[in-house]
Design a protein around this ligand. Sequence first.
Ligand code: DC
Length: 240
Amino acid sequence: MPPEPESKPLKHINIAIDGFSSCGKSTLAKALACTLHYRYLDTGAMYRAVAYFALQKNLIALDGQVKTAQLIPLLPNMQVGFVLDAQSGASLVALEGKTVEPFIRNLQIATLASKVSQIRAVRDYVQILQKQMASEKGVVMDGRDIGTVVMPQAELKIFMTAEPQVRALRRQMELENQGKPMDLQTVLEQQIARDYEDAHRKEDPLRQAEDALVLDNTHLSAEQQLKWALEWVKQALQQE
Ligand code: DC
């Protein structure tokens, strides 16, 4: 009989994090990936990259609508992916191998990303890549449809919420730190509009997976929410 291995191989699970914008999803997802040495995938950044691509190709009409019929044939050549930032070790979203990270973290792209994400062909294109990454296991992904569509088999699913006013305040602070101050009422109005579109669209609307754990972080610090999530990771790993 072959000798028993001394220790079992390390198990890896997939972690799906969904929720509205500015709920702290990426903060938690990054912290989990860093602690567990998992891969982090920011799926919203991929839709933002598509939005940026559409803007660059003049595929946004004057009324702000996406020229869908012209965008769809260009998707196969768009090459959305990730490149590794040598300095920080982070994965940065890229188009044709070049990061577009500096151009996608603004409200114009956020609004356009919400619009392009309503196009079925865009979702199909982006989800193929996301599902490929999920198949490798040991992935933390955040977005709107991760627990419901992209990784319905994820061992741990978290649905994040926080009070709208608190989320808007967090977003306002973020914008201020980027040197783009905006009044709270405008931030809140844009947030409400985007939340509505993300939850009411036809294609993969944001909703809580039936087996997702709800995390309301209105009154939690980043450290507290990480501690909470790590307890659930421990339980999920024990069940493997
Ligand atoms: O998470 P974010 O704010 O970067 O996402 C930008 C937009 O992309 C969001 O308004 C909806 C869309 N999105 C999506 O439809 N599905 C995802 N998994 C992630 C984001």
